[in-house]
Design a protein around this ligand. Structure first.
Ligand SMILES: *[C@@H]1O[C@H](CO)[C@@H](O)[C@H](O)[C@H]1NC(C)=O
Ligand SMILES: [Zn+2]
Ligand SMILES: [Zn+2]
Length: 438
């Protein structure tokens, strides 16, 4: 072989090998979106979403939903663990080795009656997928299908987390207790957004959703005739003053630049116009953006209720109900994963379609994953079609979803995971190998 031929061969081999590297690093993220928009693929996701929408199930009761997910995973030849946290399913795609990156979807519906009249309306009276978790499942299955088609190129393992009971049941916490994310290095979660156009995604680095807790207090006095107050100890007046005093916690004690909420949403007492009751019960929620502020607020709520009730000679007990409703931590997005998200999303959607999301005082049980996994990231997938006007927000009985948004969630979830693995493969494997052997 002449020298020039040898050089040509070397150059050719070099080109071939760099082409392989390029493919395995998923430079063609746009291809994922095109794949998810192909009619067969799209119709399959829509079908999955509609079947789940017709049969909504509440937290820890997602038995049929879980079965449907497992059937789809079987069809895709993806192995999984089940049951986890009652109805949860955890699938695995890739090498089975580190690094591990998780993608999460929630599965539960809400206890409310659907008011939208359409072909696939909820068939379960008093239950509705009014928060879009049916779409989240379809998107995560879509991502799973894309990733399974590229499984030989994955440089690590994608963990598919289908979790029960997001709506107040702490399903994420139960999944963590079952050990499903023990080796996971990073996790991505999403929620559909009704105030953001289709094709646009949004998030931010740092805190994005608040920590949240509930409280309930019983304020006790001494009941009696409403016309003879001097012989009673009136808990209605005491509870009223308690509520006013609670409103001073945020307005007078919190840093105005550190957002917090105290809301009394429940006030129950008395039953007649002419009887002062023995006791009154009040309850509500409190929110904050840091652990310190959250626990400071919790302590002050208890102190204020007891002390203010005593001003009117009443006694009070305060219960934070955290056994049945664990406090939701603050959802905090990793800075590194935010950069990853901005880069990957811009490649697929164009930089102008990757937006900033203002933090909200709502909370998400994804935050439990945030607390235990080294890096976590939560983002929003737009579902608004501007030509169709404004949408009803989540938890409305008129809530509906534009299914055209499904391919965006599927493709972005898949690319975030695949690219995370290619970029972190070299970094995390030596340490991981040591940990695996221990
Ligand atoms: C928005 O809706 C219109 C008609 O209702 C449709 O033609 C269009 O494709 C939709 N846009 C997107 C992004 O789905
Ligand atoms: Zn919800
Ligand atoms: Zn939700």
């Amino acid at each position: 072989m002449g020298l020039s031929k040898l050089i040509a061969l070397v150059v050719l081999l070099d080109l071939l090998s760099s082409a392989r590297v390029a493919r395995s690093e998923f430079d063609d993220a746009v291809g994922f979106l095109q794949r998810a928009k192909e009619p067969d693929f799209f119709d399959w996701m829509v079908g999955v979403r509609r079947r789940i929408h017709e049969n909504p199930e509440l937290g820890y009761e997602e038995h049929e939903t879980s079965k449907l997910i497992r059937k789809e995973l079987d069809a895709l030849k993806i192995s999984y663990r089940h049951p986890v946290a009652v109805t949860g399913v955890v699938g695995y795609i890739g090498t089975g080795k580190p690094p591990f990156v998780a993608l999460r979807a929630d599965m539960d519906a809400l206890a409310m009656q659907e008011e939208v009249e359409w072909e696939h309306k909820s068939k379960a009276p008093g239950k509705m997928h009014a928060c879009g978790h049916d779409a989240h499942i379809a998107m995560l299955l879509g991502a799973a299908k894309i990733l399974q088609e590229h499984r030989d190129d994955l440089q690590g393992t994608v963990v598919l987390v289908f979790q029960p009971a997001e709506e107040g049941g702490g399903g994420a916490k139960k999944m963590i207790e079952a050990g499903v994310v023990e080796n996971v290095d990073a996790i991505f979660g999403f929620h559909i957004a009704t105030d953001t156009p289709i094709g646009v995604v949004e998030s931010r680095a740092g805190p994005i959703m608040a920590g949240s807790g509930f409280f309930e207090a019983v304020i006790s006095g001494k009941g009696g005739h409403a016309a003879i107050p001097q012989h009673t100890i009136d808990p209605i007046l005491a509870a009223s003053n308690v509520i006013v005093s609670l409103q001073h916690l945020v307005s007078r004690e919190a840093d105005p630049l550190d957002s917090q909420v105290v809301t009394v949403a429940k006030f129950q007492g008395g039953g007649a116009f002419n009887v002062i009751p023995d006791s009154v019960s009040i309850g509500g929620t409190f929110r904050a953006f840091s652990k310190d502020s959250f626990f400071q607020l919790k302590q002050r709520i208890e102190e204020v209720i007891i002390a203010q009730a005593s001003v009117q000679r009443c006694s009070a007990t305060v219960d934070f109900l955290d056994k049945d409703h664990p406090f939701f931590p603050v959802t905090v997005n990793s800075k590194v994963l935010h950069r990853h998200f901005e880069k990957v999303a811009a490649e697929i959607l164009g930089a102008s379609n990757v937006g900033d999301r203002k933090p909200v005082m709502g909370s998400e049980d994804f935050s439990f994953f945030s607390e235990v996994i080294p890096a976590s990231f939560y983002y929003f997938v737009g579902t608004m079609n501007e030509t169709q006007g404004p949408m009803h927000p989540p938890h409305s009985p008129f809530f509906r979803i534009n299914e055209e948004a499904l391919p965006y969630g599927a493709a972005l979830h898949a690319s975030l995971a695949a690219k995370y693995l290619s970029e972190n493969h070299a970094l995390s494997s030596p340490m991981k190998n040591i940990r695996d052997e221990l």
